[in-house]
Design a binder for this molecule. Sequence first.
Ligand code: SAM
Length: 219
Amino acid sequence: MNTIFLHKTTMENLVKDLIGQGYLRNPEIINAFYRIKRRDFLPEKMKEKDTINAPLHIGYGQTNSQPLTVAFMLEVLEPQEGDRILDVGSGSGWQTALLADIVGDQGHVYGIERIAELKDFGEQNARKYNFVNITVTHGDGTKGLRAYAPYDKIIVAAAAQEIPQSLIDQLRVGGRLVIPVGDTTQDIVVVEKLAEDKIKTKSYPGFQFVPLISDNNIK
Ligand code: SAM
């Protein structure tokens, strides 16, 4: 009988796979994937699954996003050092921390999360890295986060039915918004704001996200 050895994939191997498959290209994003450990952003019982390339449950019906999807979205967002970025649906805080690592101390990442417990969870997770450039707010991100607008970049981790106008309004001219749009499956839509009243969009089909829920009872 043949013996089958099951080797646990490491996060390093997962990152190498994402590079090999062409999902990760930008060295700053790749370095962030190596430095910011996904397991630090998972509930205790999910930590062992950190290297699985799939969304993982973080409670409240929500997930820590699939690494492939995070890689794809960050690459099309094109975050730069010094950027001010709004991260809608910050959840576990993993993507927020990846972005904070990329933009550095001259930049800032503003997370917004509609579930108060997850806002706290994400904030506590990110604190493990002593970031001074992360601010997380409890609120409805479909309205953006006017207090700190305009943003160089906006990224949304949940699926919208249509692109919220508030997010376009809160993007600076020359800025970029990355947002999943659609019903049962979604397109990841990249919006470039060319002028105050002019945008250009490009869509990448075939993704699946939890819904972006508009909630008038919070902020
Ligand atoms: N990047 C996060 C991560 O990896 O943990 C993604 C988390 S999950 C895929 C999407 C998150 O969007 C959930 O935490 C959900 O509560 C949040 N969300 C949904 N609608 C929202 C809204 N209107 N405003 C803010 N957050 C929202």
